[in-house]
Design a binder for this molecule. Sequence first.
Ligand code: DX5
Ligand code: ZN
Length: 221
Amino acid sequence: MNKFLIAPSIIASDFTHLADEIAACESAGADWLHMDIMDGHFVPTITIGPLFVEACKRATKLPLDVHLMISNPDQYLEAFAKAGANTLTVHVETCPNLLQTIEKIKSLGCKAGITLNPLTPASALDVALPLVDLVLVMSVTPGYSGQSFMPEMIGKVEEIRNKLNALRSQAWLEVDGGIIAETLPLMYKAGANVFVAGNAAFKHPQGVGAGIKLLRECVAD
Ligand code: DX5
Ligand code: ZN
């Protein structure tokens, strides 16, 4: 059993060889596939939607970890659940009725995740924390792969880890943005146990297998 999970972020892959990229993630021992859904509204970029998620679902048995960076996510939960999402993670900034949104995700048969932008305080999660299966801490401002890690987010992970422990919650604590072999151990020590990797996985000069291996081995025993 690995001591933490690795979730390669598919938007950093080569879409002209999508099935091969996914197969390489599987062979390298990736745990989940992270899917960054961006709408050009909540974040400036437009990426992928349910059709793409559904295609990935047909290409892999790995759980699909779907990160919704979209306005009005409630309107699209069902489409992403039908497309094969295992986890649906929403930004608290986009959910005026967060508790209802979490219930809706669960009623669709998915694990429910919540996330927050770097400038949003951890306290924004408090009411929802006992109900969720996953908390995602953004360690970059969402919008693009390949940005630099924000070290200020280490303290936020520690704070959320303490809150989850106080609740005796088994929820995953995931981090996303600028995770490389130098930053992963810092977030692991702070209490994170799932690591999203875009560039560090797919843009490794020796390929995605080498990228994932490096991340897997970067935490000293
Ligand atoms: C950021 C996305 C990330 C991103 C990670 O907006 O949510 O998942 O693709 O890419 P890296 O690991 O390259 O920062
Ligand atoms: Zn993401």
